[in-house]
Each structure stands twice: as structure tokens, then as C-alpha cells.
Design a protein around this ligand. Structure first.
Ligand SMILES: *[C@@H]1O[C@H](CO)[C@@H](O)[C@H](O)[C@H]1NC(C)=O
Length: 268
């Protein structure tokens, strides 16, 4: 009987304590670094189609990476998020830069409202970034995204290493990582989507400290080791990554890509 009671007490203890710890961590709005995430619209559109979006709103400038967001992040975890639920996104605050935002901080999901992405990024991430004087308003937060995209556009950084969109030629994750590392001197994080078994580049993240100085992304969630380097990625590193061209549409390309990969495999 006593034994059972002790077991029950331990069981209850084990069940509830971790939840308490979890709750504490979630309500804590502290963070270590900012992740600046750029996304590749072609892959984002493919991912949206899987979730039944009928139409994609692509950035007007071809081959341009688009901003997803600036995310305050505690190392080893995701978030915090929604740090001030009463501070809602107000389109009037970003009116002076709205046209630029439409171009490069594009809401690719055309089934949603124009402000959906910005309102989400602001509520979830911007309100947490706002503890910094340099990011304590909607205008500052969104302007910083524009500024960083101009300085650190992945279109340009990858192109300098001859990594350009292609529907037939894939790239090694390590080569993409090195292109960024060589240019910026810090480790990025590379995210893939999956399309019919093919790794497609989806997002590239670079990190900043609280002084808005470039910082390694080491320690953010999702790190794998390739060779002797730490490459933060969710991509399947046993395969090449496709960086699909604008206009990438059907499974025809997927078939072609698979065929080319197969022939390469046969002949190498
Ligand atoms: C939350 O946002 C509101 C609206 O901007 C502001 O007045 C308030 O001071 C903020 N609260 C905190 C704790 O920062």
C-alpha cells in the first residue's frame, strides 16, 4: 500500500513537473539573438499549394528572395512569441514604406489579405524584438528588414558563388552554407521544403546579436553535422538541394531533375 502510494506520488510528480517548467519557459520573453529569415518564393509557393492555396502572389522582381521575418530567438528553442498581445499591427505605421514592403516582404499566399503576413510577423515576433530601442516600433522593425535584405540579399550572395536558380542542377547544402559563410563570415541556417522527394531550398536564416551585428546562427534549433563543420539545416544532406527557377511549375521538372540525377549517378 505504502509502496503504491510512493509510486503514485512519483508518477504524479514526473507528470506535472515538466509541464510547470515548460509553462515558465513559455511565459518568459527573454531571447538571445535575432534570426533574419529570407525565403525563396518558388518553394514557398509549392509548399502553399500543398496546403491548398489556389494562387501565389510572387514578388514582381524575378529571382529575388523575399523577407519572411525577423525573429527574436532563445538558443536551443523556438521563440519567444507574442510578447505583447495588446500591441496589434497597424498598417498606418508602415504606410511610408508600404510599396517597398509589397515588393520584398511579399505575402505570397494570395488567398489571404495584404496585411496578413506583416500582422502575423509583428504580433508574433516584432512585439518581442521591441525590447530593443532600435526595433521598438513597427516602422523600425519593418524598415530593418528592408535594410537587411538590401545588404544581405541571398540572390546576390549565392550568385557570387555561382549558385543560381536552376531546374536541373542541384547544389550541395555545404556549398550553399560555404557561399554565405565566405561572404558574411558567420554560419547561417538553411531550411528545405520537400517536393515529391526532392529537397528544395526554402529559407535561409542569418543571425544578429542585440547590437544588430552579424552573429553565428549556431545553437538555434535544427543543427546537423556535415563533415567537420556544423551546418544548421533541416535539409536531407545525402541529396543535392534544388534551387528552382521562377516559373517552376509542374512535376515535369521533377521528372527531368530525377532523370538527370539518375544519369549522373549512372555515369559517375
Ligand atoms: C504593449 O503595447 C502597448 C501598445 O503599444 C503599450 O502601450 C504597452 O506599454 C506595451 N506593454 C508592454 C509591457 O510593453
Amino acid at each position: 500500500m505504502i509502496c503504491k502510494l510512493i509510486f503514485a506520488t512519483i508518477a504524479v510528480y514526473l507528470c506535472f513537473i515538466p509541464h510547470n517548467v515548460e509553462a515558465k519557459r513559455v511565459s518568459n520573453h527573454e531571447w538571445d539573438i535575432l534570426i533574419f529569415t529570407q525565403q525563396w518564393p518558388v518553394t514557398v509557393c509549392k509548399e502553399l499549394e500543398k496546403h491548398h492555396t489556389k494562387k501565389c502572389n510572387m514578388p514582381t522582381k524575378r529571382d529575388s528572395w523575399s523577407i519572411h521575418g525577423i525573429w527574436p530567438t532563445k538558443l536551443g528553442t523556438i521563440g519567444p512569441g507574442f510578447c505583447n498581445r495588446t500591441w496589434l499591427f497597424d498598417p498606418e505605421q508602415v504606410r511610408p514604406i508600404e510599396q517597398e514592403l509589397i515588393q520584398v516582404w511579399t505575402n505570397i499566399d494570395a488567398d489571404s489579405q495584404l496585411y496578413t503576413l506583416w500582422a502575423h510577423e509583428w504580433s508574433k515576433h516584432g512585439t518581442c524584438a521591441a525590447v530593443l530601442d532600435s526595433l521598438n516600433s513597427e516602422l523600425k522593425y519593418f524598415s530593418k528588414g528592408l535594410d537587411w535584405l538590401t545588404k544581405y540579399s541571398m540572390t546576390d550572395i549565392l550568385e557570387e558563388s555561382n549558385i543560381v536558380p536552376s531546374n536541373t542542377q542541384g547544389y550541395r547544402v555545404l556549398d550553399i552554407h560555404n557561399a554565405i559563410k565566405n561572404k558574411l563570415g558567420v554560419n547561417p541556417a538553411i531550411e528545405c521544403g520537400n517536393e515529391g522527394g526532392i529537397n528544395m531550398i526554402d529559407e535561409i536564416r542569418i543571425c544578429f546579436d542585440k547590437n544588430l551585428v552579424l552573429h553565428n546562427c549556431d545553437g538555434i534549433r535544427a543543427s546537423k553535422i556535415i563533415g567537420h563543420q556544423v551546418v544548421a539545416t533541416n535539409c536531407d544532406v545525402s541529396k543535392d538541394v534544388l534551387y528552382p527557377e521562377y516559373g517552376y511549375k509542374s512535376s515535369l521538372y521533377v521528372q527531368l531533375y530525377k532523370l538527370v540525377s539518375f544519369i549522373k549517378w549512372l555515369t559517375l
